[in-house]
Design a binder for this molecule. Sequence first.
Ligand SMILES: NC(=O)C1=CN([C@@H]2O[C@H](COP(=O)(O)OP(=O)(O)OC[C@H]3O[C@@H](n4cnc5c(N)ncnc54)[C@H](OP(=O)(O)O)[C@@H]3O)[C@@H](O)[C@H]2O)C=CC1
Ligand SMILES: CC(C)(CO)C(=O)C(=O)O
Length: 293
Amino acid sequence: MKIAIIGGGAIGLLFANYLSQSHSVTVYTRTEEQAARLNHDGLNFMRNGEVQTKTITAKKLANNVEGAQLVIVTVKQYQLSDVYSSIQYCKQPLLFLQNGYGHIEFLKKLASPSLFVGVVEHGALKHDSHTVEHTGVGKTKLAVFRGNESELPFRHESIELFPFEVYEDYHSMLLEKLIVNAVINPLTAILGVPNGELVTNAAYAKLMDTYFQELASILHIDNPGQALEYVKAVCRGTSENRSSMLKDLEHGRQTEIEAILGYVLSQAKQNGQEHRLIDFLYTMIKGKEQKEG
Ligand SMILES: NC(=O)C1=CN([C@@H]2O[C@H](COP(=O)(O)OP(=O)(O)OC[C@H]3O[C@@H](n4cnc5c(N)ncnc54)[C@H](OP(=O)(O)O)[C@@H]3O)[C@@H](O)[C@H]2O)C=CC1
Ligand SMILES: CC(C)(CO)C(=O)C(=O)O
């Protein structure tokens, strides 16, 4: 299959590496420089300290992505508006891999009859414009947003270290990851701690419990006790990790707060629900973005 990947970031390059084993992949970048570097020097893929270099095709993103049978969009949620003009009239299937829930409204504006969403549970780190490291092997969950499940890409694909899992309901699939990111990311980013400290520090654990109650009520979580235990399990399982939001702030980058707590706040306001704690954390991250950005 001919696949276009929009965005040559950590996830775009990770997907390019694995999918190019059995597909014809073109990476669409924001800059001419990155495309030239990928075409000229290849894609360096790192895992467990080993580096492999792979030949790859890359182009600067223009007004469309002609010729692709599938377009995978890997820019961050707040960068989607910048790629809108290239995909708004696409008739090909499109797969979106953003964290959070903020991109769902954006998808409704697109013309394609086949829209899919995914949740990436791998860890990927971009070292430079043509080098990506697979820092944690996980899986990619996929679901249909619009269209037919039989067209869902990669449902029968079997790639070593790069599994896919199909979900029937995109909402619950995205919600599960949203809850994790809505709790861990802002708290760790404000407190400046790795994920594990949210459970090992008794005061932080108490904060997390209180905050979770408000979140659970806004998101109508069916079994809050079970969901909170899942969040705590993720904290333990990724205890040494610094969350992506904490890393974004440390590097002076914009965070994905809008895609995560921005969505939760919009739900609370729409339904007239209590949202003081969420608003407090959201505003603190916005303030830190201004200070450190
Ligand atoms: N990294 C990870 O381990 C994980 C990431 N995710 C999610 O995946 C999504 C992508 O994350 P990640 O890959 O880390 O982010 P990156 O910032 O590494 O990648 C985003 C890429 O999109 C490119 N881009 C931005 N605007 C455009 C444009 N107009 N045209 C073409 N390309 C553009 C950026 O280019 P440039 O650099 O030139 O600005 C950048 O290379 C996020 O929602 C994230 O939460 C989910 C799970 C794990
Ligand atoms: C699961 C978690 C919290 C791991 O750090 C993550 O997805 C992130 O940092 O964005």
